[in-house]
Design a protein around this ligand. Structure first.
Ligand SMILES: [Zn+2]
Length: 185
């Protein structure tokens, strides 16, 4: 009788462990280091209040979704982003979150605040004008933004087109409302 009881407990514990590791792997992600020294400036104790989502691709010849070609293109324009997410969901880190990345340009938040590079985290999705983000990209973006929200007091998750409506149209072809539904409050 006691023996059966213990076997039952063992089965329940085993089930919990399997379940937990499943949940863990769902939210686990790796970041590929692609740190850049251009299109950014170092900062101390900056206050991050918003995440800005963009689209980018290499339009200078060669593979349009090649991370190194995209970074090369950024260097020519003197811009960057904190993260770039590849078509397969790979997350590349270009600028440490504590530093300022030049990704927003002339723009403003819904509360009127300007100088947005200093208080935002920029994330670029590899997308072109006629292609939507992949499922893996949205999955990685969701996990990344939810993780950022644990580390900063994020008041806004916005598109580049939300903060610079007269200049910018990115992120392109994205189900924005669908993405926001997966973001923790
Ligand atoms: Zn943009």
């Amino acid at each position: 009788m006691i023996k059966t009881y213990f076997i039952r407990i063992k089965i329940v514990v085993l089930f919990l462990i399997i379940n937990m590791s499943f949940v863990r792997s769902e939210n686990e992600f790796t970041i590929i280091d692609k740190t850049v020294s251009f299109g950014m400036r170092t900062a101390e104790n900056r206050n991050v209040i918003a995440v800005i989502v963009h689209s980018t691709f290499n339009n200078s010849g060669g593979e349009k979704y090649d991370i190194d070609l995209i970074i090369k293109q950024f260097s020519r324009y003197g811009v960057s982003a904190h993260y770039v997410i590849g078509r397969d969901g790979s997350i590349y880190s270009l600028v440490n979150e504590k530093n300022v990345s030049f990704h927003a340009g002339k723009s403003h938040l819904p509360n009127g605040q300007t100088n947005l590079n200093s208080c935002t985290i920029g994330i670029e999705l590899m997308t072109s004008f006629d292609e939507a983000p992949t499922e893996q990209q949205i999955h990685s973006l969701t996990i990344l933004v939810n993780d950022i929200k644990k580390r900063h007091n994020i008041e806004f998750v916005l598109r580049h087109s939300d903060i610079a409506p007269d200049r910018k149209t990115d992120p392109w072809n994205m189900d924005w409302e669908g993405f926001l539904a997966g973001i923790s409050k």
